[in-house]
Design a protein around this ligand. Sequence first.
Ligand code: 6PG
Length: 253
Amino acid sequence: TGSKQLTVFDTEEELAVSLAKYTAGLSDKFTRERGAFTVVLSGGSLIKALRKLTESPYLDSVEWSKWHVFWVDERVVKKDHPDSNYKLALDGFLSKVPVPPNQIYAINDTLPPEGAADDYEARLKQLVWDHVIKVVPTSGLPCFDLMLLGMGPDGHVASLFPGHPLLKETQKWVTHITDSPKPPPERITFTFPIINASAYVAMVVTGSGKAGAVHKALSGGENTGYTDRLPVEMVELDQGEFTWFTDKAAVSM
Ligand code: 6PG
């Protein structure tokens, strides 16, 4: 199994500085090793936490032309809708850095949601075939270089919510959910097998609203009032390196 690390910053500002350095470091490593860097984004506060990458020195030093950008989850709305994770990432991050537009893989917003999930999975398979995304030889699963994840106050990651049957999905890489407790209810999401096949995962969690779920995840669930395993606790990398990026408020319990 993979390794785990916890980093705690005094402020969100310091976290953002460190996250930029970490991401740029992995970009250099994979660009050197394989001539490509596959990055998976989530929605929410994560995008703002990436802001330092759009500034000096990273704006000029990162090999943006080698980036291939994906989404771990998306809301079933049009790409220009205020709820769209694609729009959030484009406005807050991707429009400010020179990643080639044809290497930004948005989830198709013109298909019905089930079809869009299948379409995204098929595109991932094609990119594995084309050696853009690495593959885990033993399982055939895609191995993304870096997944940048957030966690909700209830311990959800991607659109995988506590107690939801999708937590047990083993076959599909990408699937569709119609009953998300966080609005909007219809979403498309990666499943645990492909999250856990990643080479690196950064779990970016700030603020006191997350302290309960962080406590449960870090303490193995004792005396926290939660009964079931939280989705965030199911991020157990097969081989990769998992790093928590938190601030003091998030670990205050
Ligand atoms: C989404 C996100 C989701 C997010 C968490 C944390 O579509 O809602 O991808 O998984 O990362 O809900 O969001 P915050 O960091 O904003 O709390």
